[in-house]
Structure formats: structure tokens, C-alpha cells
Design a protein around this ligand. Structure first.
Ligand code: DOR
Length: 434
């Protein structure tokens, strides 16, 4: 099957050009082919931009074990709608993905069911370093240095030292210092209102854990990725770290601040917590100046019923895969960044950080995971339209300009004209290992 995408503005690694793209057998077969090139399917993309599919390197898709919140099918339909063509999923499912056999079960569960391409991290525990050392079908190791949803926590220094010393896969971590969080919680009596969440999981908690993890990585010369940076202090600290360290931001830390608790309550309860307006501005600045290379969502669905429990019973997490690209394209429409930067943060950098094989850029021979975006389309985000099983979004009612309109996975259209049109199209992601 040959597909010709004609007349799009194509965002290439070095330039953006109005060229025709030929897709064959799931790959980008040729760039800049003539208008009349032979193809089974011809798509006129005049007025649209063609970008690489988004790689979301931090999602929680809840299968196995928590499928009343989300499952791999509903989550990956939402991905297709959002222009996300590959995801890397976290290990805090039930059971946790903390052994090679659990990892293989998850891969088997995903096979033939996901709309988009899939990869799963292996999670660290204080005891499973041998499993971490022998895992291969995974982008890397996830450590919760600080507890969050689920019970994965590695806090003891000796266990952390072993993980960094005895494994070779890249490591990423949720950085919030457990003892700081506990001391803060004790000081304010456990917390009774949602704004207490950001006082318990405060800036110091994030900075202490990020410094601790970076120190481990640098001493052990280990590749390390800081997930969901939320504070000005972390951004400042990361400016002085070595090439071993990469870091990322999430939309909720860019677009929400503690002032939004009044309006949105526990819908924006997240770990790491939402911070101040100055922190959000610093995280954005960190992206602009290259200190933070990646944008990922931390898509973490919970039902509305769960979220509406009074704090601190309400769980942390919000869904985002189907709106993250539109949120960033809207920044482009406001003149706050360029489409090139969005492609770098959401496609190229995560693929590079996690060594994804032939993904994240529009190059001949690479996987035809692509998205057509309309930079001029304006639409309001609505709970009723969400494909995530949890059925809500903290951006309900927000008008955004710049939307994915058609998504391709391995050359096949999976989302078009507001509908998911194919399923089971995702494949296991492969990793380049030097
Ligand atoms: O807010 C969060 N929710 N942060 C995490 O690290 C986990 C996530 C979840 O799985 O619900």
C-alpha cells in the first residue's frame, strides 16, 4: 500500500518545506516526490502541516488492574485523537511492572489492541535490581523517589546506589522527597483542603529529590531523565548539570497554578503538585532555553467520582494525551513558541532520550508515524468529546487554536475527521542500544 501526502508544509529535522511525502509499507519511503507519483491513496493536505507523531514518554494507562479508570484501547484511541503515535507507560499498574515476566505480560496485553505504538518501563523496588539488570524490551527504569499513586517507592540510599550502579538502561524518576513530604504533612496536620497539597508537596520536596537523583546519576555515570519538573528551583539547578541528565515538563505545570485550585479543586491535584505562577513561568522558560528538552503528559486518569472525594482522599492525576498537542499548538498560535520547538519537545527529543528506533522525525526510511495539524482550526475542549475512559479533562471549556486533524501509525490513518478509524495498529517500540 502506497500513500501520497501532497502539499503539506512538512516539518523536517532541519527545515519546513512544502513537499510531497510518499509512504510505503509503513515507512516514509520518499520525500519530495512529484505530484503525480504513483500511489494507492492520495491525500491532499493543502493548508496543513505534517509533523512527526508525538512520543509521550510518561503516561499511566491503568491496564492491568485499574481498568475502571482507563485501558489500553480507550487510552490509545485518545492518543490517536491527540496526535500521540507512541507512548511509554509507567509501571504503577496492578500488578506493578517490576519483573521481566510482568513486563512481558504487559507487552502481550498490548499486542494487537493498541491503536498507537507502545512501550513500557520496568519499575524499581528496593529488591528487584536483578530484574532491572536483565530487562531489554523496555525503554528504561522508572524509580519513584517519593511515593505517588500506587506503592512503588525506593527511598533508601543503599537501594538507590545499587540501582544506579548495577543497571545499564536509562533511568527516570519521580522526584519528590519522601521525608520532606511527610514532615510537611505532619506540620499541617495531614491537610484538609486541596491547596494544602501544594504545601505538602512543596518546592523543597521536588528540589531535594531532583538533586539527590542527579547526584546518583552523575557519580555512577548513568543516563538519567528527570520527569515532570515543576519548580523554578529545579530548572535553575538543572542548568548546571552534565550531558547525562535530561529533563521534561508537563502541560499541567505550564498551564495551571495554585490559583486554579479555587476553580478546579482536586481535578488538578497532581504529584508533583501544581505550583505558583512564577514556577510555571520558570518551567516555560526552561523549555525555551533548552534546559528542559521534553514535554510529556503524565496522563493519569481517575474517575470523576474518585477525584471528587474530599482532600486528601482524592487521588492525584489527570488525563491529558488527547489535548497536549493542541495545548502546545495553541502556544504557537499565540506567538509564544514555534511549531519547530513543539516538534522538538514532543517528538524529536523524547524519541532521542529513550533511543526509539527510527521514530520522532520525518526522515526517509523511518516509521510513518505522522500527524497532519491545522494551525488555524479553533475548537473548544469538551468533556463530552473525550475518548479517555474517565471522560473528563481539566481543560473542559477551553478554546484552543491548532489541532491534529489526521493521525497515521505505521502509514495507516488511525484518526481522521474527528473519528478513530482503525484499531490494533500499534506495534511494540524498538530501542537502539549502543
Ligand atoms: O499525580 C500523579 N498521578 N502522579 C504520579 O506520579 C502518578 C499518577 C497516577 O498514576 O495516578
Amino acid at each position: 500500500m502506497k500513500t501520497l501526502i501532497r502539499h503539506a508544509q512538512v516539518v523536517l529535522p532541519e527545515s519546513t518545506e512544502r513537499i510531497n511525502v510518499l509512504i510505503e509499507s509503513g515507512r516514509i519511503a520518499a520525500l519530495d516526490v512529484p505530484d503525480g507519483a504513483a500511489a494507492d491513496e492520495v491525500i491532499d493536505a493543502s493548508g496543513l502541516h505534517l509533523i512527526p507523531g508525538v512520543v509521550d514518554d510518561q503516561v499511566h494507562f491503568r491496564e492491568p488492574g485499574l481498568t475502571h479508570k482507563e485501558d489500553l484501547l480507550t487510552a490509545t484511541r485518545a492518543c490517536a485523537r491527540g496526535g500521540v503515535t507512541s507512548f511509554l507507560e509507567m509501571p504503577n499498574t496492578k500488578p506493578t511492572t517490576t519483573s521481566v515476566s510482568a513486563l512481558e505480560s504487559k507487552l502481550a496485553l498490548a499486542a494487537g489492541r493498541c491503536v498507537v505504538n507502545y512501550g513500557f518501563y520496568i519499575g524499581a523496588t528496593p529488591e528487584n535490581v536483578a530484574e532491572l539488570a536483565r530487562a531489554t524490551r523496555t525503554p528504561g527504569i522508572k524509580i519513584f523517589i517519593g511515593s505517588s499513586t500506587g506503592d512503588l517507592l525506593v527511598d533508601e540510599q543503599s537501594a538507590l546506589e545499587r540501582i544506579f550502579a548495577e543497571t545499564t538502561l536509562p533511568i527516570c524518576a519521580h522526584c519528590e522527597d519522601e521525608s520532606t513530604v511527610r514532615a510537611n504533612a505532619a506540620r499541617i496536620g495531614g491537610g484538609s483542603k486541596i491547596s494544602d497539597h501544594s504545601r505538602i508537596r512543596d518546592n523543597a520536596a521536588a528540589l531535594i529529590a531532583t538533586k539527590r537523583a542527579v547526584d546518583l546519576a552523575e557519580r555512577h555515570r548513568h543516563r538519567f531523565h528527570v520527569l515532570h519538573v515543576s519548580t523554578a528551583e529545579e530548572v535553575q539547578f538543572l542548568r548546571g548539570t552534565s550531558d547525562l541528565i535530561t529533563a521534561e515538563a508537563c502541560p499541567h505545570h505550564l498551564f495551571f497554578t495554585v490559583d486554579d485550585y479555587e476553580r478546579l479543586g482536586s481535578l488538578i491535584q497532581m504529584n508533583p503538585s501544581i505550583k505558583s505562577r512564577a514556577d510555571a513561568a520558570a518551567v516555560w522558560q526552561g523549555l525555551l532555553d533548552g534546559t528542559l528538552e521534553v514535554i510529556a503528559t503524565d496522563h493519569a486518569p481517575h474517575t470523576l467520582e474518585e477525584k471528587r472525594q474530599p482532600y486528601p482522599k482524592s487521588p492525584s492525576g489527570l488525563p491529558a494525551v488527547e489535548n497536549s498537542l493542541a495545548l502546545m499548538l495553541n502556544q504557537v498560535s499565540l506567538g509564544l513558541c514555534s511549531l519547530r520547538q513543539v516538534v522538538s519537545w514532543m517528538c524529536e527529543a523524547p524519541a532521542r532520550v529513550w533511543n526509539l528506533h527510527q521514530k520522532g522525525a520525518i526522515r526517509e526510511g523511518w516509521d510513518a508515524d505522522l500527524v497532519l495539524v491545522d494551525l488555524h482550526r479553533t475548537a473548544v475542549v469538551r468533556n463530552a468529546d473525550q475518548l479517555t475512559k474517565c471522560g473528563w479533562t481539566p481543560w473542559d471549556g477551553v478554546s484552543l487554536t491548532g489541532w491534529p486533524v489526521r493521525t497515521f501509525v505505521h502509514g495507516r490513518t488511525v484518526y481522521c475527521d474527528g473519528r478513530v478509524v482503525a484499531e490494533g495498529t500499534g506495534r511494540e517500540i524498538l530501542y537502539d542500544r549502543g
